[in-house]
Design a binder for this molecule. Sequence first.
Ligand SMILES: O=P(O)(O)O[C@H]1O[C@H](CO)[C@@H](O)[C@H]1O
Ligand SMILES: O=c1cc[nH]c(=O)[nH]1
Length: 235
Amino acid sequence: MTPHNQARPGDYAEAVLLPGDPLRARWIAETFLEDAREVNAVRNCLGFTGTWNGVPVSVQATGMGQPSTAIYVHELITVYGAKTLIRVGTCGGLNTDVKVRDVVIGASASTDSTIVKDAFGNYNYAPAADFGLLRAADDAARAKGKTVHVGGILSSDIFYHPSGLEAYGALIAHGVLGVEMEAATLYMLAARFKVRALAICTMTDCLITGDEIDATARQTSLRDMVEIALSVATA
Ligand SMILES: O=P(O)(O)O[C@H]1O[C@H](CO)[C@@H](O)[C@H]1O
Ligand SMILES: O=c1cc[nH]c(=O)[nH]1
């Protein structure tokens, strides 16, 4: 047990999917997992463990942002023995080639977060995905016929940036595909503790065109991403 998690050692599988939203964690458990049981409800940051195609897998909400994510990821690895952590999130689009409902896989995650910056002194650390998971997720997405984009994403601490789209100008110019709020810290912690991590996101709102998925279509649009993540996590 930890201050944020009531689960006992052994309650989580080695493979854990990480949505930001606790209700998405419940939806994933109820929709995709067999014999799913709730293992954490502290702060309503829900966690579940079950099986997918006979292989144990867990899903744990991270909440929004890197400070919250850092707590759950640190504890999942150091207390509960997680070895493969796959974020299943939403992101805003920063590239007009990326359409709403497309899957974006973060090969790397730039960030404004002091959690990452402060850990490396003078260096600009480059948080990166596990290559094996990245390649497997790209293969799985293409096999499903899903439009997938692999490249750099931004993990920002700011959702409502006072400068709007202008804030991302240099990143857009350097090919960053989308913005979310968790992957960079996930990648850094995975590297620190020598486990595997990947962030798969569904683009829900394009910051350039204003296109977006409406609230009701949001959940069903996430099915492909979750199936890709489950197939990679349990391989
Ligand atoms: O849909 P999730 O996984 O929460 O991810 C995105 O949505 C939240 C912001 O609305 C942030 O957590 C961001 O990363
Ligand atoms: O962090 C996020 C997630 C979805 N859409 C955004 O614009 N930002």
